[in-house]
Design a protein. Sequence first.
Length: 559
Amino acid sequence: MRLSAACGIAAAGILAVCAAAAGGPYRPPTSVPKTGIGFRGDGTGVFPGSKPPVEWDEKTGRNILWKAPLPNWGYSCPVPVGNRVLFMSEPGWKAHFPQLCCFDAETGKLLWQRDVDPFLAFGELSGEQRKALTADLCRVHDSFRAAYRICRPLEKYASAPEQEVAKAGAELRKCGMTISGYTRGYGLLRKLRYVGDGRKEIDRRLWAYGVKAETTWQRFGRARVGACFSTPISDAEHVFVMTLHGTAACFDMDGNLKWTRYSGYKVGPNTGVMASPRLYGDLLLTPFIDHGSKNCLLAAWDKRTGEMRWSRSIPGGGREGRASRAGASLVIMSVGATDVALCSTGYVVRLPDGKVFEARIDQTLPTWAVDDAHDAIHSAGSHDSGAPRIGVRLAIKGDTLEVADLYVLRRSYAPASPAFVAGRLFCNLAQLDPATGLILGLPPDKQADGGDVRRAPRSSPQTRHLLLAANGHVYGMYERKTGRRGEVQKCEGVGEVFTLDGRQAASNVLLPGPWEGEKLDQWGLQGFDHSFSYACSFNIGGDRIYACSNDYLYCIGSR
C-alpha cells in the first residue's frame, strides 16, 4: 500500500457521563497516512519507525504503563491518535447505543464518551419521535437483560432439566417472553422467544430507520460481532465511526458531533458489520459489509460535510456462493497508476470515483496483506467460513481490471490477518511462501491443498485475529484458558512476539479481570464466560502497544 439502567437514565444520564474532566490539551500526531489512522494503523499492519517493547507482564507490572477500565466491552481496535486513544464500546449494562470513548494516552484517564445515536442521522425526526424510538430500543434491551438474570441459574447445567426450564419460563412470562430449553454452548438464549405481537411492532418501527433492536450478545449469549465491531478511523482532526445500524458519524477530537448520516444499509438477520472504515483524501469510505449477507454497501462521504458522494452495491459471496467474511478493513492500494479499494467480498472499486470493476476476485477475503510490489494480495483463509488461502495478482489496463490467481489452497487452516513485511508473509503460527502460499518448514507431503499451520514448526505468533509488525518483530495476541477441565475457567491474554527470521522472542501475559459481585452479575447477564476478549484486539502507536480485554484498555511501553 502506498498511499440497565432504566431507559430514562440511559437517555439522560449517559450524556452527563460524557462530560468527564478534560486532560491536557490535545496534541495531534506529526503525520497522518492518506488512509487515516485506524484498523492496523494505516491498514497494512506494518509500523515502520515504531519501537514497542517485546516483553511485558501484568503480574509484575513490567512495561505496563497503565490500564484503564472500559465502560463496556468492545471488539474494535483501540486507535492511538497523538496523545489520545479512541475506542468503541458496545451497548451494554448502562448504555443503549454504541459509545465512542476517548482516553488520555499518557495517563489512561477517560476524557469523554459519546453515544453514537442512529436516530440523530434522520433530520426529519422530531425530538419526541426520537425519544419514542429510543424507548422502543430500551424495552428490547431491558427485556433481554431481565432474561439473562432469570436464566442465569441454567448456566450450571450442560442441558437444563425440564423443571428448571419451566421455572425460568414462569418468570420470563412476566416479561412477555418464554424459553423452550437450554443447552450449554454457543448461544445462551437461542430458544428464547417473545409472546404475542408486541415485539413485532417494535421491530417494525425501528426497522424503518435501519435499527436492529437486538444485538448479537442478546441473541447468542457470549458476544461475537456486536453493534460496533468496526474500528474508528481518524485524520487527526476528527474521528469517524460506523455501526451495525448503517449510520456513519463524525466527531471532533473533543467529542463534539459534527455530522451523522444514514447510508441506507440494513443488516441481514443474525449477522453484523465486521469491516472497518478508511479514509482516502477527503473521502470517508464506509464498507457496510457483513459476513452473512449477499447485499452489502460501500458508501463514500465528504469527510467534512457528511454529504454522500456515491454508494455502490457490493454483493457478497464467492465462487462457490459463500457469504462474505469481512473480518478486515478495505484494502486500499495502488495498482499501477490507479488507486483502488478492495472489498472483502472480492469486488474492486476505483478511487476516487467509485467505479466497480466487472472483474473480481472469485473468493471472499476475510484477511489480507499487500506485498512489497503493491500488485499482489494474500489472504490466509478462514477455518470457520471455509474461505481458502489465496494469493492474487491485480493489473489494470485502461478501464479493465485483470485478476490472476497466484495460488488457491482450499483445505488450508491459517486464520488471522496476515502481515507482509520485509519480503516475508506471516500468518497465525507460521510463515508462508508468498509465491505458492505453502507453509514454510512443513514437508510437501503434509501440504495437500494447503496444509495445517498447527502441524508446522512455529515461526510466527499465535493470534486470534491480528498480526502487527514493528521494529523487526511480529506481534500477535490470543486468549488462553486457565484452570482444570470441568471447572469454571478464566482466560488470560497472551501476547506472543517473534523475530522476522521466525524465532520466538517472548510470550507475555495480561490477566483476566476480577469478576466478583456486581461485575460478575453484569457479565452473567450479558452471557459472558470468564473470557479475556474474543477478538483480542490491539494496535500500535509510536513506541507503545494498546490492547483491550473485556474489562480494560492497556498501554504497554518501555519504562
